[in-house]
Design a protein around this ligand. Structure first.
Ligand code: TMP
Length: 224
């Protein structure tokens, strides 16, 4: 296995993004396995979640048990609250220790889902993100791109296999998911150095290999 650069002052921060059903959680696991094979124990986290407070916020956001519809602004503040907690208590300390951090979703999700999907606008969400994350900007973001119809078609069988129902955001109309894709593509065009767009229709192994190549190119040495 190629040697990866362990001796960095700040750790490496990688995020995976994409629509529901794009397979990013599986790719987070596969990337973590590859890193472990190189002797790197990454800190794996997810959004919303990753802290006790964040996991409680996730419950509110995903399962809507109050029966009360969340207004888009309240939804946004909840995502941002979970993010601030995660950054300050988990991500930033880990990066300061020089660790690798891999997050299943992060700040780009809010631009895509609340900025575009809910129509709040990218600009205000980017400002809120800047406030919540400070200098904890990902070094690399893998964006798994997928047609919304295909993503939604994958969710049903996945949820059935996991014994759960579609969550509050997954149940939104197709137009909402189309705006999310538009948002993600706009982000990829705006931040071409940080965000790498991959076609989520390629098989699991093909995507995993491509992600690994990107990681080696950016953060590895002694290739080949
Ligand atoms: P997931 O972890 O299974 O992908 O579920 C998280 C859901 O929350 C998913 O539908 C995307 C959505 N989401 C937002 O709407 N805004 C955000 O900022 C984040 C992190 C997630």
């Amino acid at each position: 296995m190629n040697a990866l650069c362990h001796e960095r002052r700040r750790g490496v921060f990688i995020t995976l993004e994409g629509p529901d059903g794009s397979g990013k959680s599986t790719q987070v696991r596969l990337l973590a396995d590859r890193l472990r094979k190189c002797g790197i124990e990454p800190l794996i986290t997810r959004e919303p979640g990753g802290t006790r407070t964040g996991e409680q916020i996730r419950e509110i956001l995903q399962h809507d048990r109050t029966g009360e519809a969340l207004v888009p602004e309240a939804e946004t503040f909840l995502f941002l609250a979970a993010r601030a907690q995660l950054v300050q208590t988990i991500i930033r300390p880990a990066l300061q220790e020089g660790r690798w951090v891999v997050s299943d979703r992060f700040m780009d999700s809010t631009v895509a889902y609340q900025g575009y999907g809910r129509g709040l606008g990218a600009e205000i969400i980017e400002r809120m993100n800047a406030w919540a994350v400070g200098d904890a900007i990902p070094d690399l973001t893998i964006l798994l791109d997928l047609e919304p119809t295909e993503g939604l078609a994958r969710i049903g069988p996945r949820n059935r296999a996991n014994g759960c129902e579609a969550d509050r955001l997954e149940r939104e109309a197709l137009a909402f998911h189309e705006r999310i894709r538009e948002g993600y593509l706009a982000l990829a065009a705006r931040y071409p150095k940080r965000i790498c767009l991959l076609d989520a229709r390629n098989g699991l192994d093909g995507i995993s290999q491509r992600i690994w190549t990107l990681v080696e190119e950016r953060f590895g040495y002694g290739l080949g």
